[in-house]
Design a protein around this ligand. Structure first.
Ligand SMILES: Nc1nc2c(ncn2[C@@H]2O[C@H](COP(=O)(O)OP(=O)(O)OP(=O)(O)O)[C@@H](O)[C@H]2O)c(=O)[nH]1
Ligand SMILES: [Mg+2]
Length: 216
């Protein structure tokens, strides 16, 4: 029984991977750069997408966002109210988006109208890691309010991400968290090769560095 379950899991991941490749090719055919944001509930994914998209708009770069949530339209509405084109994607009961869901969303978007698509995954530091969606960059966003042990507890999502962001540095002192501890854990996890990007969406500190890391 256990072996059968492992086989099914392998098939699911392989199928997801195939569709993710096809999403990637579809996006490339339309000249779109795609950035996926993963991270804990409330870490600031929606807020960050809105701010990055605003900065891109000022440079004439056209963005669209996919708001991934289990239920509801809250993030979708916030994006739209900020002036960002968006599509809502409710997973129902799933704790992550998968490549097939994203494929269906991409079919609803006029891909020739955009240069960048942001995909906000469901707030979760575990499940999204295994399901690539076809993005150019996978970004993990954690925040100081989650404590200083997120990198130590969730290796996988940091390993599966191209860029890691530590948000809410503006309230690090108030929540008694030292950003240097998180930065040190990430540096060690990546063999000294990568640094976590520190930012505050609220004060807009560090946003330029994140855009550069994404080649935007
Ligand atoms: N102080 C402070 N608050 C922030 C910052 N970034 C986001 N917030 C607040 O944190 C809360 C959660 O932000 P969201 O952008 O909704 O977080 P999220 O990761 O999209 O959350 P889910 O979609 O529910 O997983 C909101 O009240 C934001 O205003 C920041 O840099 N500093
Ligand atoms: Mg959100």
């Amino acid at each position: 029984m256990h072996i059968v379950q492992m086989g099914m899991e392998h098939d699911v991941l392989r199928e997801n991977s195939k569709i993710a490749h096809s999403n990637y090719r579809l996006l490339k055919n339309h000249g779109i750069k795609c950035v996926e944001l993963m991270g804990s509930i409330g870490s600031g994914k929606t807020a960050l997408i809105i701010k990055l998209a605003e900065r891109l708009r000022a440079k004439g770069v056209r963005s669209c966002a996919v708001a991934g949530d289990v239920t509801g339209e809250d993030d979708y509405r916030r994006m739209r109210e900020s002036g960002l084109d968006a599509v809502n994607c409710n997973t129902g009961r799933e704790c992550h988006l998968d490549a097939n869901m994203v494929r269906k969303v991409l079919e609803q978007i006029d891909l020739d109208s955009y240069d960048v698509i942001f995909i906000e995954n469901v707030g979760n530091l575990v499940c999204p890691a295994d399901f690539p969606l076809g993005a150019d960059y996978r970004v993990v966003v954690v925040s100081t309010t989650e404590g200083d042990d997120m990198v130590r507890k969730h290796h996988d999502i940091f390993i599966h991400s191209d860029v890691a962001v530590l948000n809410k540095v503006d309230i690090a002192d108030a929540v008694d968290v030292d950003p240097d501890v998180i930065a040190g854990d990430y540096r060690r996890l990546t063999g000294g090769l990568k640094e976590i990007y520190r930012c505050s969406v609220k004060t807009e500190q560090g946003l330029g560095g994140i855009l550069s890391a994404l080649d935007l």
